[in-house]
Write a protein that binds this ligand. Structure first.
Ligand code: FE2
Ligand code: FE2
Length: 275
């Protein structure tokens, strides 16, 4: 996503950045925003949206509705897509969703879900990375650090985070000042009390943050709203934003989640989207 100068100056101002702050495009031809904001000391709001399960043009409709709603909310500084963007990990599905997500006026980041994996391909994440860029990432040079984790183990629903991803996370955290607040984004849930699908080695993953200031772990996959706080960390899953799938908890509402971050707390709310 490319900034207009007005949009970027507005964003830079919100984050207390100079107008010469870096905007880096890792995948410039694919229009996915990558930036290095500073959130230190600031209050800000961001959105997460998950489990779009786009299959065809019609099923991208609810994504467009969600994008309209997010764009209409001046508070939202960026959006993170928490996986299951596609149905079968097909390039066409991922691209259709990307066309809708490209309409977001503020930056957008993404992590893959088990339905974004192409099990027929040699490179399981090839379709995903060709459209959305790296399957894991960290953003933010000071203040808050945002980590996008690739929690997929092939296309499994119950996953053990692979050792390669654990190693990447460990190396990433080595570079991070221990006092920095961290938000972790992944497709599969880490909520200690989730009704299903908790990452099998979730405790080992969370253990890597023992000496750090992890504040939030936001996930999808469960297709239902679950919010809990455990040892000072806020864990969430959110209803799907899809017309091709139902919520696993049988609630009818589809939508996305907002996080309102202040110096002392994170408040979260679910926003319903009508298709
Ligand atoms: Fe899903
Ligand atoms: Fe999933």
């Amino acid at each position: 996503m490319k900034f207009t100068r007005r949009q970027f100056l507005g964003l830079a101002s919100a984050f207390g950045l100079a107008s010469c702050a870096k905007v880096k495009n890792v995948v410039p031809d694919l229009n996915l925003a990558r930036f290095t904001p500073s959130f230190g000391g600031d209050e800000f709001t961001f959105a997460t949206i998950n489990d779009l399960h786009v299959l065809d043009t019609k099923s991208a409709g609810i994504v467009n509705q969600a994008v309209n709603s997010i764009n209409a909310d001046d508070r939202v500084q960026f959006t993170v897509v928490l996986g299951d963007i596609a149905t079968d990990g097909r390039y066409e599905e991922l691209k259709l969703a990307k066309v809708a997500l490209d309409r977001l006026e503020m930056p957008c980041f993404a992590v893959p879900g088990n339905h974004d994996v192409d099990m027929k391909a040699k490179d399981l994440f090839g379709n995903y990375t060709s459209v959305y860029g790296p399957a894991h990432w960290d953003e933010g040079e000071e203040g808050w650090l945002f980590i996008g984790l690739n929690s997929c183990e092939e296309s499994k629903s119950d996953v053990t985070l692979p050792q390669t991803e654990l190693d990447w996370l460990e190396q990433t955290l080595k570079k991070v000042n221990r006092s920095r607040p961290i938000a972790l984004f992944a497709h599969h849930p880490f909520n200690p009390g989730t009704k299903a699908y908790r990452v099998i080695n979730a405790d080992a993953v969370l253990g890597l943050f023992a000496e750090h200031s992890l504040k939030l772990v936001a996930a999808g996959h469960y297709h239902g709203n679950q919010v809990e706080e455990h040892n000072g960390v806020l864990f969430t899953t959110t209803a799907c934003c899809s017309t091709t799938r139902d919520n696993f908890d049988e609630t009818p509402e589809k939508g996305y989640r907002l996080f309102h971050v202040t110096k002392d707390a994170i408040q979260t709310e679910f926003i319903t989207v009508r298709s």
